[in-house]
Design a protein around this ligand. Structure first.
Ligand SMILES: [Zn+2]
Length: 186
């Protein structure tokens, strides 16, 4: 069974009405046997925040094998360069520096890659089998628990709805793009 942990909890613009607009993606760590994946290293006030979060888990940037980008919005991928040796997993393929190969939907025994278009046409989610059930790491399919009801930036509101329903059906827990993990109500 794989393990999933939030390294840095995100927030959405609008969470701090008294401040300038700012945003932070939720950054997630997936450990599947020897494979260590960081999802959406995002934007941060300081990269030290992520470095310290990795350290608390006994890891450094060089221990990360794969950086997954749920979709190509800069607030989800700005810090990808922190992991120069890691491969990059995104909608179009698995990149190793300048080479790219197709990924398999069954990425490993415990990790599935699911195309979840809607917020953006090239959005993916990772569905991870853990001892606590299936955890879906979904980027901006949800920004937070059941939020927003209507995504003002959705590329396709219809596809978003379809993708949300699909994920709600197959997961027990959801890690959204800009908030805490939440339990799926069945
Ligand atoms: Zn986005």
């Amino acid at each position: 069974m794989a393990e999933v942990k939030i390294l840095v909890e995100g927030f959405a613009s609008g969470d701090f009405s008294d401040e300038e607009e700012r945003t932070r993606a939720t950054i997630t760590l997936i450990e599947d046997g020897d494979i260590k994946i960081v999802v959406d290293p995002g934007v941060l006030k300081s990269q030290d925040i992520l470095i310290s979060a990795l350290e608390r888990n006994g890891l450094s940037v060089n221990d990360i094998d794969i950086v997954c980008i749920t979709h190509s919005h800069i607030n989800h991928y700005r810090n990808i360069g922190m992991f120069p040796e890691a491969k990059t997993l995104e909608f179009y393929g698995l990149w190793d520096k300048e080479s790219v190969e197709d990924w398999n939907e069954n990425f490993s025994e415990d990790i599935k890659i699911i195309k979840t278009p809607g917020h953006d046409k090239s959005s993916i989610s990772l569905l991870v089998k853990t001892k606590n059930g299936s955890v879906a790491v979904v980027g901006d399919l949800f920004w937070k628990e059941n939020y927003p009801e209507k995504d003002p930036y959705a590329d396709s509101p219809e596809k978003l709805e379809e993708s949300r329903n699909k994920i709600l059906e197959i997961s027990d827990w959801i890690i959204p793009g800009h908030g805490k993990i939440f339990k799926v109500k069945k």
